[in-house]
Design a protein around this ligand. Sequence first.
Ligand SMILES: [Mn+2]
Length: 282
Amino acid sequence: MAVYAIGDIHGCLPQLLTLLEAIRYRPGQDRLLFVGDIISRGPDPLGTIRFVREQQERAVTLMGNHELRAINGLLGFPEKGFIKHLGFLTTCPERDDILAWLRQLPFVHHEPELNLRLVHAGFFPGWSLDQAMEYATRLSAILRDDAQLRPFLARYPANLPENETDTMDETARLHFAMAVMTRLRICQPDGRVVWAIPGTSGGDAFKLEPDSPYHPWHALLDWQDDARIIYGHWAIAGLTRIGRFMGLDSGCVYGGKLTAMRVDHPDFPVTQVTCPAYVKPE
Ligand SMILES: [Mn+2]
């Protein structure tokens, strides 16, 4: 058996199938860990969902911001781009099934035997490991609970806070945690979140120049824990291997590459396939 972590697919099913051929993926034997954002923007998001679900327990998919956008849209809270990129979900025959599946995607996945943790975007440097795990568990419980889900999503703030503060109530803390785990990239030197670099637009909002006063979130995380942390979401940073942190979003769908990393091998070898530029970075 081999275990692979795979970067953000964004509906690029043809490239996923080419990549799986390149790594000689054996269905029913090997395992696949998807870092989230398997849908939105690319040519075949429905086919991607169907393929991933067909792998059943051999595949784990993390909750990404685009999976959350799909949940929000299907429940009547459409964010920008929902109809354009995810509107197919409203009329597809397995709509209810897919919504139920999306709601149970984990925010953090732990592989104790491989000493790995996966998250779509990142962890707030102000959290301990235990706090992060607790937030992930509580968020999943809310998303799976019919009574709590809608009221929770309805209160999601239009402007995200940059920090956790003592005055935040439980719901505000969980909204912040949900945003961090699915959208974080950049922090101030003191750990406050920079959701977009001020004075920039488009893809530049997430581009850290060498002389930037800001830091990637993982440069500030000081957990006394040696598990490798695998994440996606940061396409403009590309494939990243810094110490125990591995960023696998290499810009598939924007004309970059789709990345698979073998995570049960001591060298963590990488295989990539190129992808057409189906869309421009937003
Ligand atoms: Mn993302």
